[in-house]
Design a protein around this ligand. Structure first.
Ligand code: KG4
Ligand code: ZN
Length: 333
């Protein structure tokens, strides 16, 4: 079965063709990062307009890279939400148009399920159950993934997402957008133990996250230094902030896996591209004799291949949409 998948929830216009769930025949991503950089973050209105300009060409390239035509496609999949409403609408409208014209099934996909499925693209042999840490610009969840991509959300963030904290701290440090890769790079020159930023712990059985405290602590540290006329080391702040976030993400993931007695853990979402985070979890997983799965870098950040993979599961469960499908910015998991 060949699925043409479309993703446009934020600032990447993406289309992919996925065969039988996990075989990537093509995976095209047109990123708008350069455009949003000058504003220090994604401008929703600009994102929507760029999606409109790019989407047809991106879909055509996904087909031509796969050496297929629309007639070879069995179903159309699209990210329904969550995301920016105007951005989502472009993908949803394109998918509806294609499904209607081709008389093919239309499969709506939850963006977070897509991120989780990047792990099946990386390793088609991966068998649930596993506990997945999903950390992106909009989400920080611990999700128990069961057979057939059924999911239980065991923890979420009470305020900012991990990626959002990276982006905000990067902005105040003058390191630009997106913050994650910029902070990771700067942190390489710094000492992760130079400044002790807070780690929020929700108590013994509480696995929820909170990142607004660490973000505010960085802001306070910078203001304080400015008032006193003290020089700061951007590299040390970046490294110490990153260390605090990695500590919390990795500790909650392992503690939650232990509590629920699951021996397989996984990583997903843009923050999963963070190399020191991957290394820390790898080490902890070895210590606790857990199997650790993570997607290659290009499948961590937004892409349509992961949406095509998640769509395969939805299709098997009969979760199809009709022409009333709408973009759902706050779609619950
Ligand atoms: O999954 P994604 O592409 O979009 C959302 O669904 O939000 O994630 C984007 C987020 C941004 O906040 C970005 O700063 C973060 O992922 N990110 C990283 C890294 N690469 C991207 N965070 C930490 N380290 C990285 N290397
Ligand atoms: Zn995403």
């Amino acid at each position: 079965m060949r699925i043409l998948a479309i993703e446009s929830s934020c600032d990447e216009t993406a289309a992919a063709v996925i065969q039988d769930g996990t075989q990537i025949l093509s995976n095209v991503i047109n990123t708008q990062i350069e455009l949003h950089k000058i504003y220090g973050g994604v401008v929703p209105e600009i994102a929507s307009r760029k999606h409109i300009e790019n989407i047809n060409a991106v879909i055509e390239k996904a087909l031509s890279d796969a050496e297929l035509t629309l007639n070879d496609i069995d179903a159309i999949a699209v990210t329904q939400g969550p995301g920016l409403v105007g951005a989502l609408l472009v993908g949803v409208s394109a998918a509806k148009g294609l499904a209607f014209a081709l008389k093919k099934p239309l499969i709506p996909v939850h963006h977070i399920k897509g991120h989780i499925c990047a792990n099946f693209l990386e390793n088609p042999e991966l068998k649930p159950p596993f506990l997945c840490l999903v950390a992106s610009g909009g989400h920080s969840h611990l999700v128990m993934v069961k057979e057939g991509m059924e999911v239980d959300v065991l923890a979420r963030t009470r305020d900012d997402a991990a990626g959002e904290a990276f982006d905000k701290v990067s902005r105040v440090l003058g390191l630009g957008y997106p913050g994650g890769p910029a902070i990771q790079k700067k942190a390489e020159e710094g000492d992760p133990n130079a400044i002790r930023f807070p780690r929020v712990n929700m108590g013994e059985d509480g696995f929820d996250f909170s990142f607004s405290g660490v973000k505010t602590a960085v802001l306070n540290y910078l203001h304080h230094a400015e008032q006193k006329g003290e020089e700061i080391s951007v590299a040390n702040v970046a490294a110490s902030f990153q260390e605090a976030v990695i500590d919390v993400l990795s500790e909650h993931l392992i503690a939650c896996a232990k509590k629920y007695g699951v021996r397989q853990i996984a990583l997903a979402g843009g923050v999963a591209a963070n190399q020191p985070l991957r290394e820390r979890i790898k080490k902890k997983a070895e210590e606790h004799q857990m199997f650790f799965q993570y997607p290659r870098f290009s499948l961590c950040t937004d892409n349509a291949a992961m949406i095509g993979c998640a769509a395969f599961y939805e299709y098997q469960k009969g979760n199809l949409a009709d022409m009333t499908l709408n973009a759902t910015p706050n779609l619950p998991l």
